[in-house]
Design a binder for this molecule. Structure first.
Ligand code: PDD
Length: 278
């Protein structure tokens, strides 16, 4: 497997970063995951735009344009012709410098790109649905930045797994459902598709955006906050992400949603998503 690291294409096992890389020491970096379908990047421009926006928000100067980043990505894919159905992982860190909390704004960022294998979860999950648990959102005020500083997300995700759940839903102290540990959350109530509006409390998911557009074509859709009680009381619940697409949730905190079956609107949206990305 060939990986890109700061100007070079190397065997993945030879791609190494310094122990003084600020991404390693401080989580001082940003990332994107772009799905590959038949060797083609899905929504590449949107992901690279979000990457450059995350960079701006943490005052990291990426010295490449969106087009240049895309060219590198295409080269990585070209060099890995046997592995083209997973995703492309992109990470940019502020770079290498002697350890210090404050940073030199002119550091050379470390840029890596390599291919991740397809999600390990089986195709049947889209048919059967998954379960989730709610967890207190202990994160910071800039969840709109796709930062590699994922400690709260990985701890919450592990907590969900330890409780036997597929995903954890972050809930604010005032009982609002924010997003999943690595997904956006939607509910359906009385035929209306509802998801949390875009604020600094959550990541503006690219899949979320597409699904909202698809939902508006056939149903009513709203970007509005909803509480845990409304989540429990929903007719349908599903999550969205680049790798999970539209995935039905059939149980939350041990309570069944729609009698433990994926609902009709979730099904419709998953199949329209699949059609859309073909
Ligand atoms: N996660 N919210 C969070 C916190 C996420 O980490 C993700 C994506 C999403 C969904 O965004 P999108 O639809 O653009 O993938 C929402 C990626 C897939 C990951 O970290 O692996």
């Amino acid at each position: 497997d060939i990986a890109y690291i700061s100007g070079q294409f190397v065997e993945q096992s030879d791609a190494k970063v310094s122990i003084e890389d600020r991404g390693f020491q401080f989580g001082d970096g940003i990332y994107e995951v772009i799905k590959l379908y038949d060797g083609k990047l899905f929504k590449a421009d949107e992901h690279f735009k979000r990457l450059l926006n995350s960079a701006d928000l943490i005052r990291l100067k990426v010295k490449h344009t969106l087009e240049e980043l895309k060219e590198i990505a295409l080269k990585v894919i070209d060099k890995n012709i046997n592995n083209q159905s997973g995703s492309l992982y992109i990470q940019v860190t502020r770079g290498v410098s002697p350890r210090n909390h404050s940073f030199n704004p002119d550091l050379d960022p470390t840029i890596i790109m390599y291919l991740l294998p397809p999600q390990p979860f089986p195709e049947e999950l889209w048919e059967s649905g998954v379960n989730a648990v709610t967890l207190l959102d202990t994160r910071w005020s800039y969840c709109n930045i796709k930062t590699t500083n994922l400690l709260p997300n990985i701890l919450a995700n592990q907590e969900a797994k330890d409780q036997g759940a597929f995903e954890g839903f972050f809930v604010s102290p005032d009982n609002i459902v924010i997003e999943g540990t690595s997904s956006n959350v939607f509910i359906v109530k009385d035929g209306i598709v509802i998801t949390h509006p875009i604020t600094n409390k959550l990541l503006s998911g690219i899949t979320r955006e597409i699904v909202l557009e698809l939902a508006e074509e056939s149903f009513e859709a709203k970007e509005e906050t909803y509480t845990v009680e409304e989540l429990y009381d929903a007719d349908e619940v599903f999550i969205t992400s680049t790798t999970k697409e539209v995935l039905g949730v059939i149980e939350i905190d041990g309570r069944k949603v729609n009698d433990g079956k994926i609902g009709p609107i979730t099904r419709r949206l998953h199949s329209s998503y699949r059609k859309y990305r073909e």
